[in-house]
Design a protein around this ligand. Structure first.
Ligand SMILES: [Zn+2]
Length: 313
């Protein structure tokens, strides 16, 4: 790296985790794309950072000051070497393919760095990348409709874009999800891709259409609002889930204007045990009858935070 002489000792201190970040990301996304060149960082007088290929420009603030999120900036820009530089978004409409991906990888680093605390990706997204508000900072759509203003809804392209990958990993399953992310990059390496290209790779690996997922999470603004209630009668759990959001979902008829998602329901029993079942929610007002063999004492809705949502009971 190249830093101001007066920041050399702080850089030596702050940059210490970067080699580990490269290893972590290589394990997830495949070998560092520019392995035959280098990865470097160069300090410059600016309030941000920019992921120039093989040599990230790092604002002097993140080199000379002990900012608590320094590592997240380094991690974010590094992730762009895979997603942003090796494969680049094809148009400004698709900028989330750069920024949502880098945000997701930033969270993966956080989970790794604080693994002693037992953090999960869902914990981090729900605690630090969500204001819990339908009309909050992530209210825009991840897909940018107005390509003249690609960074207008930065909350949507960065944080909601990261959420999209987190949710997709749960829908596809970790193994297929990571195969898709690696395949997508390999296929478009040293090239560019648009949202439909990424969707096509995911569908190929998943083995089924994901149009429903992309329509509601990438092309639609805002998020679902859920309400749920339950009761037990004998060996049956009666669970009712309703969706109360008022906005329309892109490319859906009025009849199917519903967020289609598998939802984790965690049941706690009177004998101290618990289990998580998955219900496929695809109606705005849906009743589930689920056989159970024990007395339920508590129920948690999406315990792992795999859905960007609001719950209003
Ligand atoms: Zn970025």
């Amino acid at each position: 790296y190249y830093v101001y002489p007066e920041h050399l000792s702080s850089a030596q201190d702050y940059f210490v985790d970067v080699p580990q970040m490269i290893t972590l990301y290589s394990n997830y996304a495949g070998e560092y794309p520019f392995i035959n060149e280098k990865y470097g960082m160069v300090e410059f007088p600016w309030g941000g950072a920019m992921e120039h290929q093989t040599l990230t420009s790092m604002g002097d603030y993140f080199v000379g000051s002990d900012v608590y999120y320094n590592n997240l900036i380094y991690a974010h820009e590094l992730a762009h070497q895979w997603y942003g530089d090796d494969v680049t978004c094809g148009t400004w409409h698709d900028i989330w393919l750069n920024e949502g991906f880098a945000t997701y990888f930033e969270v993966l680093w956080m989970v790794y760095e604080y693994s002693n605390y037992g953090l999960t990706v869902g914990n981090v997204f729900s605690n630090y990348y969500d204001d819990g508000n339908v009309n909050g900072y992530m209210k825009g759509s991840v897909y940018v409709y107005n390509e003249n203003k690609p960074f207008n809804d930065s909350g949507a392209i960065y944080d909601k874009g990261g959420w999209v990958l987190h949710m997709l990993s749960h829908v596809m399953g970790e193994e297929k999800f990571w195969t898709a992310l690696r395949t997508y990059r390999q296929r478009y390496s040293f090239s560019s891709a648009v949202t439909s290209d990424f969707q096509a790779v995911c569908e190929e690996i998943y083995g089924s259409s994901l149009k429903w997922f992309f329509d509601q999470w990438v092309y639609t603004k805002k998020r679902p609002v859920y309400s749920y209630s339950y009761s037990q009668s004998g060996n049956t759990l009666n669970l009712r889930i309703t969706q109360k959001q008022k906005h329309k979902i892109a490319n859906r008829s009025e009849k199917n204007d519903v967020y289609i998602m598998p939802i984790d329901i965690t049941l706690y029993y009177s004998d101290g045990t618990s289990e998580t079942i998955v219900v496929q929610n695809d109606e705005r007002d849906q009743q589930f009858s689920i056989p159970v063999s024990k007395q339920i004492t508590n129920l948690e809705f999406d315990k792992g935070h795999f859905i960007l949502k609001v719950v209003k009971n």
